[in-house]
Design a protein around this ligand. Structure first.
Ligand SMILES: *Cc1c(COP(=O)(O)O)cnc(C)c1O
Length: 359
């Protein structure tokens, strides 16, 4: 309390002067997630996930996937991916993934660390995607004991460069994984954007296509924190709670990790927000496509836009206070739309890009 008896709010809130396009994790908490947190903030509840919020959140996930599955909640995507992969692999196995996949380039070796040394084998593919032929080649080119035995196929949906795998593409990948004896892992940090983009039932992009485990991202779709690890193959989840605990991922006040899932899933807010951020990315991409100095690097199928801009224009945009990344995916500039991006934000960025390119 401060002397006037009010709860002292810490230093005056410091936030960026405007919404940015650097990442969807620059955004705040979506109202539905916030509301659910507030509703969970009454009285006492059992700890470590034995509460009604956690049970309800896991049930809702089973409902939206229309299947029985095992659900765990972790604090972030690096842990979700790493622990899921560790549950599948022995140390002498390998994980096949795209060369720009998050598990390879942005997790500081956590998948290898948590699996005690499983090797990540990177593969190439257009538009951030893998295809069945490449996978088949990687598995079949060696069968001797000197090669780390391929055990997992990992794909990212939507991908690191804002494209999405179609149902048919996933079908082929799933079939090939099955034929080659690979477990199928999906990094769904932006799974909502993929579902919204393709407008199909979540099951059509997951277990129906052979996906065995999905890391379902909550943070980037509008929560403060939290990812769900969803095991469609329940046998893979055996003793998984011990992995979570050992890795420091078992929340003691689990209801606050779980409740936002209820807010986001129960009436479809997750898809509303994802459709909105996808539409903002499309608007940006369409605008950029009319500027001669700019080349789009991939179709904007989710909430990201990748483009190459002249160096001077990038510098000018930074000078004007815009933040964006130039090191993600395959170079170029990345502009990311979030649940709270507005069409006016997009237009303001576009106007500055136009000026920066003509200046
Ligand atoms: C953001 C992201 C993650 C999770 O990252 P954390 O910072 O560990 O939460 C995982 N995969 C992809 C593709 C991402 O973009």
């Amino acid at each position: 309390m401060n002397p006037s008896g009010n709860l002292s709010v810490m230093p005056a809130p410091v936030s960026l002067p405007r919404r940015q396009f650097a990442s969807d994790n620059y955004a705040g908490i979506a109202p539905e997630a916030w509301e659910a947190l507030e509703q969970a903030n009454h009285g006492h509840a059992p700890a470590y996930g034995d509460d009604m919020w956690t049970a309800r959140a896991a049930d809702l996930i089973r409902e939206i996937f229309e299947t029985d599955c095992e659900v765990f909640f972790a604090f972030n995507g690096t842990a979700a991916n790493s622990l899921a992969l560790a549950a599948i692999c022995q140390s002498y196995h390998s994980i096949l993934c795209h060369e720009i996949s998050h598990i390879e380039t942005d997790e500081c070796g956590a998948p290898e660390f948590f699996s005690n040394g499983t090797k990540i084998l990177v593969l190439r593919g257009d538009l951030g995607k893998l295809d069945a032929r490449t996978i088949e080649h990687a598995v079949k080119r060696r069968s001797d004991v000197h090669y780390p035995k391929p055990r997992v196929l990992s794909v990212t949906q939507s991908t690191e460069i804002g494209t999405v795998y179609s149902v048919e593409e996933l079908e082929q990948l799933g079939e090939s994984a099955k034929r080659l004896g690979l477990t199928f892992h999906m990094d769904g940090a932006r799974f909502g954007n993929a579902v919204a983009s393709l407008d199909v039932a979540p099951k059509e992009l997951t277990w129906r296509r052979g996906v065995d485990v999905l890391c379902f991202g909550g943070t980037k779709m509008g929560m403060a924190v939290g990812e769900a690890i969803v095991f469609f193959r329940k046998d893979l989840a055996r003793e998984f709670e011990y992995r979570c605990k050992q890795a420091g991922q078992l929340s003691s006040k689990m209801r606050f990790l779980a409740a936002p899932w209820i807010g986001m899933l129960q009436d479809g807010a997750w898809l509303r927000h994802a459709r909105h951020s996808n539409a903002c990315a499309r608007r940006l991409s369409e605008g950029l496509s009319t500027i001669p100095q700019i080349a789009l690097m991939a179709p904007a199928q989710a909430n990201a836009v990748f483009a190459t801009l002249p160096e001077a224009a990038l510098a000018e945009l930074k000078h004007r206070g815009w933040r964006f990344y130039t090191f993600i995916g395959s170079g170029g500039a990345r502009f990311m739309c979030a649940w709270d991006t507005t069409p006016e934000d997009v237009d303001a960025l576009l106007a500055d890009i136009r000026q920066a390119c003509s200046g």
